[in-house]
Design a protein around this ligand. Structure first.
Ligand code: ADP
Length: 172
């Protein structure tokens, strides 16, 4: 299990993996943060495709091609907006990871990279979101052999440290 989960600091749009996950919004029409970066790097064809997909409910995931990205696929998932913790945010965020991993399996992706979903503009507390990301991924990999490697791409030192610390605790 430990060899199948990797934590790095960097820009998700640069990764040569089969699939990258986008922390999108329900419109799938692009936005700020990692979503904007992915659309910029993929080029306008991506927006054309996501426009046709026509949106995505919170917690679900939708597949598109990667166009000008090094990644073959983009899995668009919509994280919950943090609203204090009593609006089903934990379950919805777990669903993002589970449904994104399922989408990766659907296209036989062997390597997949995640950003820290919901912890930017959507203000989900970082510690809590990271624990969900790691636990849900671990659970999924325990029951699936398709995916060889999951990479958590941390944007900045603080996110990186949080992932590293919680990873050690959870895997201990
Ligand atoms: P959300 O709306 O789901 O909160 P954001 O894009 O605002 O999504 O933030 C999610 C995380 O993605 C944050 O930790 C942010 O720093 C990070 N992020 C922003 N740009 C990139 C990028 N190019 N690669 C990886 N992570 C990124």
């Amino acid at each position: 299990m430990k060899e199948r989960i990797k934590i790095i600091e960097g820009d998700i749009t640069k990764l040569e993996v089969d699939a990258i996950v986008n922390a999108a919004n329900t419109s799938l029409l692009g936005g700020g943060g990692v979503d904007g970066a992915i659309h910029r790097a993929a080029g306008p064809e991506l927006l054309k495709e996501t426009r046709q997909i026509g949106g995505c409910p919170t917690g679900e995931a939708r597949l598109s091609k990667g166009y000008r990205l090094p990644a073959k696929w983009v899995i668009h998932t919509v994280g919950p907006v943090w609203a204090g913790g009593n609006k089903n945010e934990d379950v919805l965020l777990s669903n993002c990871y589970k449904n994104s991993l399922r989408a990766a399996v659907e296209v036989s992706a062997r390597t997949i990279a995640f950003p820290s979903i919901s912890t930017g503009a959507y203000r989900f507390p970082l510690d809590r979101a990271t624990e969900i990301a790691i636990k849900e991924t671990k659970r999924f990999l325990e029951s699936d052999d398709t995916i060889r490697e999951v990479i958590f791409v941390c944007f900045g030192e603080k996110v990186l440290k949080t992932y590293q610390d919680l990873y050690s605790t959870i895997m201990a």
